[in-house]
Design a protein around this ligand. Structure first.
Ligand SMILES: [Zn+2]
Length: 295
């Protein structure tokens, strides 16, 4: 058996050596992120795709550029600024953070020192706990709010809205009324279960409530951290699938099913715990815990 394995490994190795691979394939093999690029959404709004970390956003004001989220590495955040500079020579006026996850904030030190950073009160608190290095601590949000903050930018008002705990308890919806564009951070996922961070007081029922509030906005285009551009129909679909799961799990609990039995119904495989990180919880488990915990 060992011999067979060795010769197979040898074959695989020589096949790899003999096959010419493109730079893109080599990058993929090293697990490098795809190249960063700015995708035009409207005359002044661009979505930052690729690079390291979640999708971010750029709004080109007449005097200042607004950045939404800061990528996961300084390198990617720097590339984002360089790409924005190609479109507008204006300085970066402020950064809005949609929440506190590392893939949305760790690139902050690439931004100009002293820049205004705006976030929800609870995100400020999460970052105060997460940012240990002095370099990052210099980028704790100075402007925070609880429910609503109106950011005046060159005569246009950008609405920063918090509708309650959902992905975390510090999510900010960034709404551009004139463009009818909304940045949702991680409030929207497509083709997979949405992420709810219980360790940051996120809540799946809260997520349904928040998505319904988002649909009340006069908007057509919905951008998010890990999905392609979405429509109102996509948001409605996510609300429906969440509500169906919640109702199904409620029914299973009433039938007396255990958490393990419910996980089997949904084909959930737990992931091994990673050191220093909270255990990953599947959406069915989160819904189960929300429905069974004492209020
Ligand atoms: Zn997140």
């Amino acid at each position: 058996m060992k011999k067979l394995f060795t010769s197979l490994a040898f074959l695989a190795l020589t096949a790899g050596l003999l096959t010419a691979s493109s730079p893109a394939q080599q990058a993929q093999a090293r697990q490098e992120p795809p190249p960063l690029r700015l995708e035009k959404i409207s005359e002044r709004i661009y979505e930052v795709k690729g690079g390291s970390g979640a999708n971010a956003g750029v709004f080109l004001g007449r005097q200042k550029t607004l950045v939404i989220d800061a990528k996961m590495s300084e390198e990617s955040a720097m590339q984002m600024i360089e790409e924005a500079k190609k479109l507008s020579p204006n300085p970066i006026g402020a950064v809005v953070l949609t929440h506190s996850d590392g893939d949305h904030v760790n690139g902050l030190p690439a931004l100009p020192a002293g820049i205004e950073i705006i976030a929800h009160d609870n995100t400020r608190q999460h970052l105060d706990e997460a940012f240990k290095e002095e370099k990052l601590r210099a980028y704790l949000p100075q402007t925070t709010f609880a429910e609503k903050y109106e950011l005046k930018l060159d005569g246009e008002t950008v609405q920063l809205l918090h509708f309650g705990p959902a992905h975390t308890n510090g999510d900010v919806v960034v709404y551009f009324p004139e463009e009818k564009v909304v940045f949702l951070g991680d409030l929207f996922f497509k083709g997979r279960d949405p992420l709810v961070h219980r360790h940051k007081n996120g809540n799946s029922f809260g997520l349904v409530k928040v998505l319904k509030a988002v649909l009340e906005l006069d908007a057509e285009t919905f951008l998010s951290g890990h999905a392609d551009k979405a429509s109102r129909g996509d948001i409605i679909e996510l609300i429906q699938s969440l509500e169906e799961k919640q109702a199904r799990i409620k029914g299973l609990i009433e039938e007396g099913k255990s958490l393990d039995e419910i996980k089997k119904v949904f084909n959930v495989e737990d992931r091994p715990a990673q050191p220093g990180r909270p255990r990953w919880l599947s959406l069915p488990e989160i819904i189960y815990l929300e429905l069974t915990e004492k209020k």
